[in-house]
Design a protein around this ligand. Sequence first.
Ligand SMILES: Nc1ncnc2c1ncn2[C@@H]1O[C@H](COP(=O)(O)OP(=O)(O)OP(=O)(O)O)[C@@H](O)[C@H]1O
Ligand SMILES: [Mg+2]
Length: 252
Amino acid sequence: MTLRVDGLTVRFGGNTAVDGATFEAPLGRVTGLIGPNGAGKTTTFNACSGLLRPSAGQIRLSGKDVTAMVPSARAQRGLGRTFQRMELFDSLTVEQNVAIGREARLARSRPLKQLWCPPAERTEVREATEEALELCEIGALRRETAGSLSTGQRRLVDLARVLAGGFTMLLLDEPSSGLDTAETKRFGEIVIRVVAERGCGVLLVEHDMALVMSVCEYLYVLDFGELIFEGTPEQVRASDVVRAAYLGSEAA
Ligand SMILES: Nc1ncnc2c1ncn2[C@@H]1O[C@H](COP(=O)(O)OP(=O)(O)OP(=O)(O)O)[C@@H](O)[C@H]1O
Ligand SMILES: [Mg+2]
């Protein structure tokens, strides 16, 4: 399920946060969306997942125009996301937090399921939860409450929760923020494994350049809402345009 964005423009009053961005994220690879602070990355995610209606442009999933669809309809079609400001249920266990990823997807398809869950679906939730805990290597933490975890562990629970949803396209918004170097490396390995094992697609917003360069096959670079460059990690690394955008943001 390819995510294709054409001419995406999002305005907040007089401020154009995203200006005619066109890009695609296919299955089976990690695609990066990078750029300095305020470049419009999270706004792009919000438009893709349906949290805001673009001023112009189209969002397509497998060729189907979903621009006018509510977030739950896009999720039913296989689009999942995490948030820059991660929110876990601190009083619930790791296992319960991860299970919610699947339960929420099932519940959205029929609201009454929130009141009664058939045995087959309980099995589905259990299996999806197990698989996600295993993929993220956090099975040993299953009975811990989320509130007692380190930031690194919380990030993995957040990833496991979206993986339990069984989505085919994942939008991850700065998943490594707050992680140390070793945790970031491990996080990258898990993302690569998920794509290899499931064949899903990932669109990754990330500031950690070492992570971006090691997991992304292809990158799009946003600056002040405009896509200023696209290419392989090597091409991005060698680009004067990209360097200037990052240096400009540091100087500001
Ligand atoms: N709800 C909103 N209302 C008004 N302006 C907004 C809103 N959301 C974002 N913006 C503005 O849009 C621009 C892009 O913001 P966005 O959060 O998409 O950037 P970002 O690339 O995700 O940055 P960061 O790397 O810091 O997360 C910024 O100028 C921001 O102030
Ligand atoms: Mg952001």
